[in-house]
Design a protein around this ligand. Structure first.
Ligand code: ADP
Ligand code: MG
Length: 142
């Protein structure tokens, strides 16, 4: 898949399909920052990524735990959700160990993180209508 800068999807399934293909482009240690309002489709996107990585675990919003881990070994997906934090610092949260590892890190509400590393993917999901979403991808600066 050659990733385009943006996609419009018209269903959760379509968003998951884009996410599945996107996950195939993420090497070990990739960091993916997800942006978008509540209900935009960030968790839906993570579900698609997990499917792309052939992880059987059920992806649920980790709002109450900060981090969910799926898969094992080299095929690990760390799913973080910073919704409940006003602002966050990688170091204070002890996230460096996750971000420096082999697994793929995907972070909902990543804009609350003050010190995001430079080499990351930013995926922004915008609710256009009840079922339409605009997905935009940038690498590095947002
Ligand atoms: P977030 O994690 O950003 O708060 P969720 O993924 O939990 O959002 O929820 C997105 C909601 O929007 C779900 O109820 C989903 O069914 C709905 N939805 C409708 N259309 C789409 C679409 N095109 N892509 C993703 N989700 C969609
Ligand atoms: Mg969510």
């Amino acid at each position: 898949m050659k990733l385009k800068k943006s996609y419009t999807t018209s269903s959760p399934a379509e968003t998951k399909t884009i996410a599945r293909d996107f996950a195939a482009l993420c090497g070990p240690g990739s960091i993916v920052c997800l942006h978008g309002d509540l209900g935009a489709g960030k968790t839906t996107f993570v579900k698609g990524m997990a499917a792309g990585l052939k992880l059987k675990d059920t992806v649920k919003s980790p709002s109450f735990t900060l981090i969910n881990e799926y898969g094992k070994g080299a095929k690990k997906l760390y799913h973080m959700d910073l919704y409940r934090l006003a602002s966050a610092d990688l170091h204070d949260l002890g996230l460096e160990d996750y971000l420096g590892g082999e697994g793929i890190c995907v972070i909902e509400w990543a804009e609350r993180l003050s010190n995001v590393p430079g080499k990351v993917w930013h995926v922004t999901i915008k609710r256009v209508s009840r079922a339409d979403r605009l997905l935009s991808f940038t690498k590095g600066k947002r």
